[in-house]
Design a protein around this ligand. Structure first.
Ligand code: GUN
Length: 294
């Protein structure tokens, strides 16, 4: 059994990005500039956005954090998005989710210029992904593809089961693994809340990708001997003995499942660090496209 070290892979890819940035600097080319929009003060979102901004600094990108109170109206936020669309200084931007209930995430997402959609959530980006055309890939699925690639995990012809059908992880993940592309070509099953006999499905998986947000949901008896297990879950579970008052738990019962696996990602330190790396890769791609569509 090998533990997939997402931190190590992320650092190595970020080092490569930093080298490209320093080359761009010395060649007098534009320095990539990412903007992040944060509405309200959700603890998880604050942490994610801070980490994204810190990662930009590490690789030499410029970054701008735009903060707004949760009283901002949808119209005002649409104006913010339009300003970012028009601003030639900004190569790509993200609007951190979730947004307050008063604002339609769908309308905000639709307003983002696909040329700057470094989250890869816009229908144009998702459509191109489905058609196997170059585009920005959603950060978490993209990060998982890079992990599989780094560890040279064979995917072609394998049975991949994706648990969870969210728009930002499970559904795009299932499409990426099924595509006729390098590092893919799997036979994919996407399971969800209405799946009957879930265990019968997961036991078929050569590659099991779990994105449920349910701590330690996947037990050893649900996993085939020798499977590759990718755990996307990061739930804060209260734990008074920890300085932060919580521990991060994945969707997989790591202690019980790991001995059965050929490869497994830990939580933390598995998929998480790769998500931000993907966002940096997408931002670099955006500046290299020089404001053009793919
Ligand atoms: N909320 C949780 N994950 C993400 C992400 O990848 N991008 C954005 N914008 N919001 C999120």
């Amino acid at each position: 059994m090998q533990i997939i070290d997402g931190k190590k892979v992320a650092e190595s890819i970020q080092d490569q990005i930093a080298q490209v940035v320093s080359w761009r600097k010395s060649a007098g080319k534009k320095i990539p500039h990412l903007a992040a929009v944060l509405v309200g003060n959700d603890g998880g979102s604050e942490t994610y956005v801070k980490n994204k901004v810190a990662a930009c600094q590490r690789v030499g990108f410029r970054s701008t954090l735009l903060r707004f109170p949760d009283t901002i109206t949808e119209g005002e936020l649409l104006n913010v998005v339009e300003d970012l669309n028009q601003n030639p200084e900004i190569d790509g931007f993200i609007v951190q989710l979730p947004l307050p209930k008063t604002i339609s995430e769908e309308r905000i997402n639709l307003a983002i210029d696909p040329r700057k959609d470094v989250d890869g959530f816009h229908p144009v980006s998702l459509g191109k992904m489905m058609l196997n055309q170059p585009t920005f890939l959603p950060a978490t699925p993209y990060g998982i593809m890079q992990l599989l690639d780094f560890y040279q995990i064979k995917t072609e012809g394998k049975k991949c089961v994706v648990m969870g059908r969210s728009n930002i992880v499970g559904t795009p993940m299932s499409i990426l693994m099924a595509r006729n592309a390098h590092n893919a070509n799997c036979t994919v099953t996407l399971t969800h809340s209405r799946t009957q006999n879930l265990k019968a499905e997961t036991l078929q998986a050569d590659i099991l990708i779990v994105a449920l947000g349910k701590p330690e949901f996947v037990k050893a008896d649900m996993v085939k001997e020798g499977a590759v297990v990718i755990d996307v879950g990061t739930t804060r579970v209260p734990d008074a003995s920890k300085p932060k008052g919580f521990v991060l738990k994945g969707d997989v019962d790591f202690e019980a499942v790991a001995p059965k696996c050929s490869f497994i990602t830990p939580v933390p330190g598995g998929v998480g660090p790769m998500t931000i790396t993907s966002l940096l890769k997408n931002t670099l791609l955006a500046v290299e496209m020089n404001g053009e569509a793919f």
